[in-house]
Design a protein around this ligand. Structure first.
Ligand SMILES: NC(=O)C1=CN([C@@H]2O[C@H](COP(=O)(O)OP(=O)(O)OC[C@H]3O[C@@H](n4cnc5c(N)ncnc54)[C@H](OP(=O)(O)O)[C@@H]3O)[C@@H](O)[C@H]2O)C=CC1
Ligand SMILES: O=C(CO)[C@H](O)[C@H](O)COP(=O)(O)O
Length: 471
């Protein structure tokens, strides 16, 4: 490539795996002059093969890659989150110049992003975090993207992101999220909601299979039908397909050949950790994280089932009642995630615009769902809404689902069918809609044993009682 800046590439991708390669191909489709770097030659060959019609070129030599870019340079990292991001940055630093832009689009922890912004600022480099969602297909044909941090740097690449993002109507599923690491924070919460919805769908599978005796084909039909109505969502759509997918080797349903031990990379756990830190409960997400962890204790579960005996988990609920329970719990999972965003926005001064976040989650991302339109409308009407349950439209939807929800959840509990996410979601709802909780007793207990004091309902101030003295 000639050493003339005008003939150089507008943007360079580092990491040409699932996400990086597909996002780069998406950019090339939209007419941007882009290139990529990966330390693995095979990934470059794959990029060049798939990007043949655009004459896409890749590099396995970082120096040649950097000198192929227009200045100031714009780089996107899509490498595994964690120490690899730091090692890539360390490799890049001596090759970059003041004013260059690095965008970390992986699932980095937001505190790492804060640290990296500070470190790179000292070298005159712009760094910002941008969550991306949509998996392989999304990256290739239109993801949802959550950029936050250095707005000046974001504006340099805004046209690229607007072009490659998924569209709902004409609205691109990308918006500037806010300062600091807000982009990565919002993506983390997106993933927390993703964990919750996946767990709820898995529990529905357990109920249909073990509670109602449905076959995989029957379950496929239920999910397919649900996905045509109010529950329409990406996760339900792909889940339906899983139930009819055959294993090439055995011709059995592949799902039945898969071990019941779920893995994770960490973003759900981070959401739970932050929620504890901010003292803002997200119990459905917590249960989703815990249940993935519980699933790993296979040997223990097998031996305890032997010890306590296999349960008769047959229940008498209708598919319509189960649908209500799922819809109710899905709404609650989004509500908890949005509530956490409200709290984080205050705590970290992110100035998050919830209506904009709901808007860009309507398309492209893993948690896209028809219901996000209702969430968007709720925050669009009132962008300082404290909790989604406070919106009159959402209240009406919830009221319509409660009878079926209670019947389904109580039937599961009575029969011994494990449904941690459903159960905790309903309890969360019943608690957050209770004006006077029994927590006055906790204050009394704390004051009794530790003189921790309490506040009264009838006067201001902080009080202590001599509990050992009979009144
Ligand atoms: N997959 C998904 O659905 C989504 C993933 N993400 C996030 O995006 C990021 C990338 O994920 P994904 O594309 O799935 O991961 P992949 O493992 O598919 O791709 C990462 C690529 O980066 C390469 N790489 C690793 N270290 C370096 C290095 N030092 N220099 C150059 N290249 C390097 C890897 O090479 P090698 O394999 O040889 O190490 C690999 O080709 C992660 O943070 C992930 O959490 C976000 C949204 C969705
Ligand atoms: O970010 C994503 C989608 O939005 C990834 O697919 C997500 O990281 C998967 O997480 P886990 O491996 O923990 O299930």
């Amino acid at each position: 490539m000639a050493n003339n800046d005008s003939k150089k590439y507008k943007l360079g991708m580092i990491g040409l795996g699932t996400m990086g390669r597909n996002l780069l191909l998406n950019m090339a489709d939209k007419g941007f002059s882009v290139t990529g770097y990966d330390k693995d030659r095979k990934m470059i060959s794959k990029l060049e093969e798939e990007g043949k019609k655009h004459n896409l070129e890749g590099f396995d030599d970082i120096k040649s890659f950097i000198s192929s870019l227009q200045t100031p340079r714009t780089l996107i990292l899509l490498v595994p989150a964690g120490p690899i991001v730091d090692s890539v940055i360390a490799e890049l630093k001596p090759l970059l110049s003041k004013g260059d832009i690095i965008i970390d689009s992986g699932n980095s922890h937001f505190t790492d992003t804060n640290r990296r912004v500070d470190e790179l600022e000292k070298d005159g480099l712009h760094f910002f975090g941008m969550g991306i969602s949509g998996g392989e297909e999304g990256a290739r044909f239109g993801p949802s993207m959550m950029p936050g941090g250095d707005k000046q740097a974001y504006n340099v690449v805004k046209d690229v992101f607007d072009a490659v993002a998924a569209k709902v109507g004409t609205d691109p599923c990308v918006t500037y999220i806010g300062p600091g690491a807000s982009g990565h924070f919002v993506k983390m919460v997106h993933n927390g909601i993703e964990y919750a919805i996946m767990e709820l769908i898995a529990e529905v599978y357990g109920i249909l299979k073990n509670g109602l005796g449905y076959s995989n084909d029957d379950i496929y039909k239920v999910f397919k039908k649900w996905n045509e109505g109010r529950l329409q969502s990406f996760l339900l759509e792909i889940t339906a397909e899983i139930f009819v997918f055959k294993d090439a080797e055995t011709q059995n349903d592949l799902l039945d050949q898969i071990k019941d031990e779920a893995r994770s990379k960490g973003t759900g756990k981070w959401t739970s950790e932050v929620s504890m830190e901010l003292q803002l409960p997200v119990p459905t997400i917590n249960e989703a994280v815990s249940n993935r962890d519980l699933s790993k204790f296979k040997k223990l579960r097998v031996s305890l089932e032997e010890a306590f005996g296999k349960k008769d988990t047959k229940i008498a609920v209708t598919v319509e009642e189960l649908e209500d329970a799922f819809y109710f719990s899905m709404i609650s999972a989004y509500a908890q995630g949005m509530h956490l965003l409200v709290q984080a926005s205050k705590e970290y001064q992110y100035d998050l615009q919830l209506q904009e976040i709901a808007k860009i989650w309507r398309g492209g991302c893993i948690i896209r769902a028809k219901f996000l339109e209702d969430i968007y409308q709720a925050y669009d009407k009132n962008n300082v809404l404290e909790h989604l349950f406070g919106d009159a439209g959402i209240q009406n939807i919830i009221k319509g689902t409660l009878a079926g929800t209670r019947k389904t959840i109580s039937a599961c509990i009575n029969s011994g069918l494990g449904i941690p996410a459903f159960a905790s979601t309903l309890t969360y709802f019943d608690t957050i809609t209770t004006a006077r909780m029994p927590s006055n007793l906790i204050q009394a207990q704390r004051d009794f044993f530790g003189a921790h004091t309490f506040e009264r309902i009838d006067k201001d101030g902080v009080f202590h009682a001599d509990w050992n003295k009979l009144s």
